[in-house]
Design a protein around this ligand. Structure first.
Ligand SMILES: *Cc1c(COP(=O)(O)O)cnc(C)c1O
Length: 367
């Protein structure tokens, strides 16, 4: 097969993610259609086809593809009328918090569970106050939050529930796609994610009312040519949708390839004594995080890996309650500790067994 991302420079540059590129002929056939139709964006035929295919693939009621995963979150807050405070996790990618700050919403940080690395449901309630309007948990690395407990808290306290499911493509819980949980779930289709549309994302809604609000909101508030509400521009374009259609078709191959590589990783890393691997309730083979005994072990390992041009990433560091534009609020001890010691290894379709062996050797040697 193709997919040699770093073909010539192979061992010189191994990054944490490597975007999958589809079969060129298939992609070109969509590009030809765009050149023939002349329609580049504004809910064109290829986007409509992608929306349909995506809804079928995900098996959810309503899904709206958008320009990126950050806008997906911002649109979700806006159509649910959230403008004060949201309880969220400090252990995530910056966008789950920056999207709130950008909307003038105050994030209130609640600590994570040290096993799942997702919001600890037992710590949420004490952070609820009069201005709390919603909870935003993140299914970190595609793992699954305690959706049952969190939902009952949200119901009891009449809070909206929005899941940042950016990492959760193809994740199921009790036979249901994880994206169908909460009032709304959002996902990112950024190039570095498991499934991508170059830049992109989607909003999953569970009722028709929210769906039509989202459709208006992403297109300046227009409905049938009339401005009905305050909106923004979050539209996905035809080229992004073309990439999405290609990768949906190739997804079974992507998954198979990643599973093989993930299994090899487990093979080499399971036996290492000085690190631990988080244990997940679900797995889509998109990240390979390892937890060191101490921040020093982590830093020394990173130095040694970088010396041979292997670039792991400190996902997620720092914890989001320490962002420079965030008021110092709750201390979240578990998140603070984990984020100092966790490292995501380069894991994607283009990694060789010899790379994995080399990485495990270095990780083991540095304890
Ligand atoms: C990637 C990501 C986002 C943002 O998605 P973009 O498409 O890059 O805007 C939001 N939240 C989490 C947890 C992410 O990993």
């Amino acid at each position: 097969m193709r997919k040699e991302c770093n073909d010539k420079i192979r061992f010189k540059d191994l990054r944490v993610a490597c975007p999958w590129l589809p079969d060129r002929k298939m992609f070109d056939s969509y590009i030809d259609r765009i050149f023939t139709s002349g329609q580049l964006t504004n809910n064109g035929p290829i986007l409509q086809e992608f929306s349909d295919e995506l809804r079928k693939f995900l098996n959810v009621k309503y899904v709206v593809p958008v320009a990126n995963g950050t806008l997906a979150l911002q649109v979700a807050y806006s159509i649910l009328g959230i403008n004060k405070k949201i309880i969220t996790t400090p252990f995530s990618f910056v966008a789950s918090t920056s999207s709130m700050a950008w909307q003038g919403i105050k994030p209130v940080f609640s600590d994570i569970d040290k096993y799942s690395l997702c919001l600890d449901p037992d710590k949420i309630v004490k952070n609820i106050c009069i201005d709390t309007q919603a909870i935003l948990p993140v299914h970190v690395y595609g793992n699954i939050c305690d959706v049952e407990k969190i939902e009952s808290i949200a119901n009891k306290h009449k809070l909206k529930l929005i899941y940042d499911a950016s990492h959760s493509f193809d994740i199921y819980h009790n036979g249901q796609n994880i994206l169908s949980y909460g009032d709304i779930s959002t996902i990112s289709f950024h190039a570095t994610k498991l499934f991508h549309t170059i830049e992109g994302g989607a909003i999953v809604a569970n009722n028709e009312e929210d769906y039509s609000k989202i459709m208006q909101a992403i297109n300046f508030g227009y409905e049938e040519g009339i401005i009905k509400s305050l909106g923004i521009n979050a539209k996905m374009n035809e080229f992004q949708a073309a990439m999405g259609l290609c990768l949906l078709k190739e997804y079974p191959a992507i998954k198979e390839r990643r599973k093989k590589i993930y299994d090899l990783f487990r093979n080499y890393f399971d036996r290492l004594e000085h690190i631990t691997l988080p244990s997940f309730k679900a797995q889509n083979y998109s990240y390979f995080p390892i937890i060191f005994r101490s921040p020093d072990n982590l830093k020394r390992t990173v130095t040694r890996l970088e010396r041979i041009n292997i670039f792991p990433r400190r996902y997620f560091y720092p914890p989001l309650n320490r962002l420079p534009y965030i008021e110092n609020g709750n201390l979240c001890e578990v998140a603070a500790d984990i984020s100092e010691r966790i490292l995501c290894m380069p894991m994607h379709h283009d990694i060789l067994e010899s790379d994995i062996q080399e990485m495990s050797r270095i990780v083991e040697g540095e304890q």
